[in-house]
Design a protein around this ligand. Sequence first.
Ligand SMILES: [Zn+2]
Length: 233
Amino acid sequence: MPSRKAKAAEAAERSRRAFLIGVAGLGAAGAGAIGLASWLFQREPRLPTVAIVTREAWGALPANPAGSIEGLYDPAVNPEGYLVYDRPLTVALKDLIVHHTATSFDATPVDVQRLHMQDRGYADVGYHYLIGADGTVYEGRAIEARGAHTGGRNTGAIGVSLFGNFELTEPTVAQLDSLWRLSTALCHDYWIARLGGHRDYQPGATVCPGATLWPRLPDLAGACKVSLVRADF
Ligand SMILES: [Zn+2]
């Protein structure tokens, strides 16, 4: 008789595989069984470990709030500026927003930071995490600082971006695996309530995270046990 813990681990693994395959590829009965298993074992989650390449390791420039167009947060004159939350992150953070970089797969965090700081005038790379085609997870903007990735919806939102343009190609299995591991860990650690794509949080402004990644987000929200944010347009 498998232990309760082993069963929970098995359920988590089944859920992860379903996400990688896409529930569309499973029968309704299979999807139902996974939903039931997730519900039964949600009190005993098995969080995957996530290895993250730090800013220091990839050679990030320091954030430059004062010297950027983004500027420092000031509620009166610059409410969209670089803000470091003054509350516990479990209170401040409520959303997880998924993006693609709309670059080639082989762009680097250095490229994205340069684009965001030099070309767009942000104080730092806009996303909190980036995921390479080989599944490597990179630290982006400090998690305690508000991001610059989703116009008007950055407050309280973690921005996770996958390298690639998913209007043109598909995310790799390694990327999806890392997205699953990172998102489930973040949602657990920061008590995240909602998850969606950039296009869901800023309807009409973008197709990000692209036609081949966006349809996977309902499964991801399910795996994270958070509400799905969905805008149809
Ligand atoms: Zn985006």
